[in-house]
Design a protein around this ligand. Structure first.
Ligand code: ADP
Ligand code: MG
Length: 183
């Protein structure tokens, strides 16, 4: 199976829907399954997810042409089931605007921005799925169709150039570390 992951607002669902349609992959949305299978509970603005329960559900009945989408994907799927993992990334200043529009509260916004700045999802995907199978794409100044094309090419060839993304450098150069990490 292939997975599309990344912090909220990086473009996962937009891209995954188009990829699934173009490549005839079966789109499996972790959030939807977590809710429908009773593995998620709403707690304020966040969903507390029962990762163990989700692991059981998702590692068992997955078709080989599945395209699994969700920020929890790297924590749920066994390494040997994944051919390629895509991590979408987005500049935190840009992401902040997405979160304002979505009306995320300060805590939820800062948690996700901090995670994006440090690159937690990318790091954890490499750790859990493997460096060779993990590829990140910056969607900040990319059209949706350009991102889709890049991922289609990756899926077809099984590899692509690795890109370096360092938001921490940009944020510290702008003297904004305190703003994103106030506590
Ligand atoms: N290159 C891109 N790839 C994917 N989405 C993009 C891109 N550029 C802009 N967007 C926009 O980003 C927003 C967030 O996308 P969404 O798919 O909801 O993210 P996620 O599922 O990761 O929360 C959408 O409004 C989408 O249209
Ligand atoms: Mg989404």
């Amino acid at each position: 199976m292939r997975i599309i992951t990344g912090n909220p607002g990086t473009g996962k669902h937009t891209v995954a829907k188009i990829l699934a349609k173009n490549l005839k992959l079966e789109l499996v949305d972790i959030n939807k399954i977590a809710i429908s299978e009773g593995a998620a509970e709403k707690n304020g603005q966040v969903f507390d997810v029962d990762v163990r329960k989700l692991k059981k559900i998702l590692n068992n009945n997955m078709p080989s042409n599945a395209l699994l989408v969700g920020h929890l994907a790297p924590y749920i799927i066994s390494k040997n089931k994944v051919e390629i993992a895509v991590v979408l990334r987005r500049n935190p200043y840009n992401l902040e605007r997405v979160y304002k529009k979505r009306k995320y509260n300060k805590k939820k916004s800062l948690e996700n921005l901090g995670s994006e700045i440090i690159g937690i999802t990318y790091y954890d995907t490499i750790k859990n799925i493997g460096r060779k199978k993990t590829f990140q794409f910056d969607t900040t100044n990319e059209s949706i169709s350009s991102t889709v094309k890049k991922i289609e090419s990756l899926f077809a060839k099984g590899k692509t150039e690795k890109s370096d993304i360092d938001w921490l450098k940009i944020v510290s150069e702008k003297n904004d570390l305190k703003r994103f990490f106030p506590y």
